[in-house]
Design a protein around this ligand. Structure first.
Ligand SMILES: [Zn+2]
Length: 76
């Protein structure tokens, strides 16, 4: 699809790093599947993946984790 931010390029399948903050916890997920704009670098994560990341972030924050960096692992 065409990038909605810069409207200059088609996004390409790739991966990105997503940082989430939840209840004071900072959580970084690497290698998250996304579509990335080669022009401006904007990334587009699917709703399903975004929801999954938020749920993981909630669970980690609830368990008392302050900082966590992990590779994204798709739910089976
Ligand atoms: Zn763009």
């Amino acid at each position: 699809m065409k990038c909605v931010i810069c409207k200059q390029a088609e996004t390409r399948a790739g991966t990105t790093t997503v940082t989430l903050e939840r209840r004071g916890a900072t959580l970084v997920f690497k290698h998250v599947p996304a579509y990335v704009c080669p022009n401006c670098g904007e990334d587009y994560v699917s709703d399903a993946v975004a929801t999954e990341l938020l749920q993981s972030a909630e669970a980690l924050a609830a368990s008392g984790t302050q900082v966590d960096i992990r590779s994204y692992a798709p739910a089976l």
